[in-house]
Ligand binder design. Structure first.
Ligand code: TXA
Ligand code: MG
Length: 346
């Protein structure tokens, strides 16, 4: 299959006509799948009302069928058509954070294709805060099911080049609107019960959610392997570069001592550092991942850094750790997964 690339300005005016966006929307209406930028990561979109289109998303990504998709919408009336009810707390969250990096799990989902929800009685919905995504949703006039536009298991794409690397020849096209903003996927919250529960940490933090709806729970499966996660995707291997990643919870000299030992044994070793610490380390490849003072910059760089190691020939990767506060919760969630839970404590 030939994969089209449609270049658009990242600041398109959603009220205006862009032939590239209309062409991409036409593909979506024909049940083809198209990747597009959002403010978090690139998504791989398909008509959420069509089994055929949704099946193509799973096939292109190599995604397990029991992992449900997020449905993207451009307006509130679209949400009302997809759910059986909107609980009060969900309504407050939509008003506070949409459009934005917050996905809300709501009761319903019978009106979307059955493979979107993987048989669950809930549906996950979000309104992305990116002019290109909103323009495409408007032009297609469809709810779009869209997981991250990477091959299953790989780091999510934050540029169209990442998408092309993973999915060229497997999808109808990609709308290239430059690099994404947040750099980590949306926060997923369950609003189908009494207390709002975080199923996946992301750009919107627990602290920000609590300012709007009071107490917020965290799905125990996020910190404890014994629990069955409510968000099926959370249990899969994720975000992993080819070389194994290990987190080092300790000082810089300690991390360096581990790296020295591995290099003496003949391994090529990479380090995920920060702008503050990169000059301290000696290894085969040291890549800074943002500045420690600004966790948003770490979130922003993380997937690109993980992908850069895939272009290198390192055998092993060691990474510094970050605080779990604020956006740090999402950063550490993704890093811990990339490391398949391998952590060495000093
Ligand atoms: O930022 C994002 O959320 C990006 C962009 C493209 O919007 N999308 C994204 O999709 O990250 P994906 O498929 O990679 O992750 C969706 C997550 C998975 O962990 C999935 O299990 C969960 O949302 N999910 C989807 N529907 C659900 C439901 N009904 N109940 C619980 N979890 C659900
Ligand atoms: Mg994903």
């Amino acid at each position: 299959m030939h994969t089209n690339v449609w270049y658009v300005d990242e600041n398109v005016d959603i009220e205006k006509y862009y032939p590239q966006i209309v062409e991409a929307a036409e593909c979506l209406k024909r049940d083809e799948v198209v990747a597009f930028p959002t403010e978090t990561v690139y998504g791989l979109g398909g008509n959420a009302l069509s089994d055929r289109a949704v099946a193509k998303i799973f096939e292109a990504k190599g995604r397990p069928a029991d992992n449900p998709l997020i449905v993207h919408v451009a307006s509130r009336p679209h949400v009302e058509k997809l759910v059986t009810m909107i609980p009060k707390q969900a309504d407050e969250l939509m008003k506070a954070f949409w459009p934005g990096p917050l996905t809300i799990v709501l009761p319903g989902g019978q009106s979307v294709a059955s493979n979107v929800t993987a048989g669950l009685e809930t549906v996950a919905i979000r309104m992305p805060d990116h002019p290109v995504a909103l323009a495409l949703l408007k032009a297609a006039n469809l709810p779009l099911a869209a997981p991250s536009a990477n091959l299953s298991g790989k780091p999510s794409p934050t540029t169209a080049q990442h998408v092309i690397h993973d999915l060229s020849g497997r999808i109808a096209g990609v709308v290239d609107g430059g690099s994404t903003g947040v750099g980590l996927e949306s926060t997923v919250v369950d609003c189908s019960g009494d207390v709002v529960t975080i199923l996946r940490p992301g750009g919107v933090t627990k602290e920000q959610l609590e300012e709007v709806v009071g107490k917020v729970n965290i799905d125990p499966a996020l910190s404890d392997d014994g629990h069955q996660p409510k968000s099926p995707g959370v249990k899969y291997k994720h975000y992993a570069p080819s070389a194994p990643v290990t987190l080092v919870d300790g000082s810089k000299p300690y991390l360096q001592s581990i790296v020295d030992k591995q290099r003496e044994e003949g391994f090529k070793v990479g380090i995920i550092a920060t702008e503050e610490s990169k000059a301290f380390y000696h290894a085969d490849l040291v890549i800074p991942c943002g500045t420690r003072n600004d966790l948003v910059s770490v979130a922003n760089r993380l997937y690109d850094v993980l992908r850069k190691f895939d272009e290198s020939d390192v055998d092993e990767i060691y990474s510094e750790v970050f605080t779990h506060e604020g956006v740090g919760a999402a950063v550490m969630n993704r890093l811990t997964k990339a490391a398949s839970n391998r952590v060495i404590k000093e």
